[in-house]
Design a binder for this molecule. Sequence first.
Ligand SMILES: Cc1cc2nc3c(=O)[nH]c(=O)nc-3n(C[C@H](O)[C@H](O)[C@H](O)COP(=O)(O)OP(=O)(O)OC[C@H]3O[C@@H](n4cnc5c(N)ncnc54)[C@H](O)[C@@H]3O)c2cc1C
Ligand code: SF4
Length: 558
Amino acid sequence: MALADDLPPREGMDFDVVIVGAGPAGLATAIRLKQLAAAAGSELSVVVLEKGSEVGAHILSGAVIDPVGLTALIPDWKEKGAPVDTPVSEDRFYYLGPAGSIRIPNFIMPPLMNNHGNYIVSLGNLCRWLGEQAGELGVEIYPGFAAAEVLYDEKGAVTGVATGDMGIGKNGEPTDRFTRGMELKGKYTIIAEGARGSLAKALMAKFALAEGRQPQKYGIGLKELWEVRPEMHRPGLVQHTLGWPLDDGTGGGSFLYHYGANLVSVGFVVHLNYRNPYLSPFGEFQRFKTHPLIRETFAGGRRIAYGARALTEGGWQSIPRLVFPGGVLVGCAAGFMNVPRIKGSHNAMLSGIAAAEAAFAAIAAGRAHDRLDAYEQGVLTGPISRDLRRVRNAKPMLAKFGTALGTALSGADMWANTLIPGIGLGYTLKHGKPDHATLEPASRSKAITYPRPDGVLTFDRLTDVSFSATNHEEDQPAHLKVADMALQQSSEHDVFAGPSGRYCPAAVYEWVEEDGKPRFVINAQNCVHCKTCDIKDPNQNINWTVPEGGGGPNYSGM
Ligand SMILES: Cc1cc2nc3c(=O)[nH]c(=O)nc-3n(C[C@H](O)[C@H](O)[C@H](O)COP(=O)(O)OP(=O)(O)OC[C@H]3O[C@@H](n4cnc5c(N)ncnc54)[C@H](O)[C@@H]3O)c2cc1C
Ligand code: SF4
């Protein structure tokens, strides 16, 4: 058989618009493109590639959604049966100590934090429904196909993407399953990969899209879905906490949303600018569930799903250039998450709509493969900008002053931005270091011992991962590429004591002792595609690339 470098040419397909990622951003783009074409009586071919085995399989979110994006896209979503059924009925916010809690009164919370009018949903199920709406409009959606490579023309403009080859074995050679990837070309290519997209990362580097911006900041969000006893279920209750089990210098907090048929989404976010390499976000999440305020909710209930995903936290000052020749970034691939509101899905949809409108107008004018500057201007002056500008100092304040003081100061700042819209106190704080540069050496850090899981309320990582239904073809090259194994040992292991073994929510990385020497083991088949390793490895020595399409978690209802 031929070596992977010596493969037959790829077949190609041409479309008007190629969209990478069937999350809220990509699906909103596709739907609005088709709506515009139908209104104009014109034909427009739109394709969406999704690396999950089905639409929604890789979507993990809270989620309390602000329906502003959905309503702008499909005003009659209620009549059309969108799975958006649980309105928020109560908002609670607590600061936790090890044994007690203080409830922060709702009236001192900045109004933008109020969830009145919002809904508790499974974002994965909402995406499944959006996928159906897109399909009915004639969008071609290909789940199980990962976009692995960006295609360029001779002038350097993006002309589309190529899907990965299937059936390349561990040794890099084609197997019996071999199928060559496809080239999908479009007049415009929309990158809707969500937080830390692998193609977005390559495009940012090639076109220097992040130059002059503050570094993007991230968090890792871990989530379990529980079915609780009916007497513990309070449909519409939205509860957030700060504080314990994190120390004041480590940012993060929890969410707990009651919705559907006795369902509770419980999750924990740890900001990835944490310093102690011994910290385990998974361990903090498990410990959080044991707090007296929390544990009662789950007594007699059962965990039905688990997963994890990175989220963007840089906000306004970290938004990269959104356009490049031949395409744009939308949704969390561009970083439109509002951190204090813990919401990004509304901006993902609004950005998809804006991108569709710019691409449709350009195609109607006979253009292709150029810059959709109208999209960037629309985002920077429209509702996404207004949403993000008023919270722009919240994340830097938490990072600078710690959770307690930082929350108080950012609350005051958000109030000022509410009372003096568009201006606030007039300053924009910087983020400082990127998240991969914040770890302290292990020698200067305190080891953390996490309690043993009880298997009822708290779990070990591997058991939890089995509730993500993650599956990858075993005979394929590892999709987690370590550029320099010697550096991994001399720095990640020797200096930082192997933080990958703790930050990875799926127990992919381990350092094992072999012949008296440490060896880095990568259990790539467990990977839930959260992208944390790509973000937090202290040397940026791990590169997350797409595995074979269809691999990864098979989230249901996340
Ligand atoms: C723990 C957590 C809690 C959250 N809570 C809330 C909340 O309560 N409310 C809220 O509004 N927002 C919340 N968010 C944020 C929200 O989930 C995101 O803002 C939103 O999902 C972003 O949408 P997106 O379409 O940009 O990306 P995503 O939803 O990440 O979707 C991207 C899609 O693209 C696919 N993809 C990626 N790369 C490729 C590729 N190369 N080829 C093919 N397919 C690809 C992925 O598989 C995925 O399906 C939360 C996020 C997390 C992690
Ligand atoms: S290997 Fe990386 S992307 Fe995969 S689950 Fe672990 S940290 Fe997340």
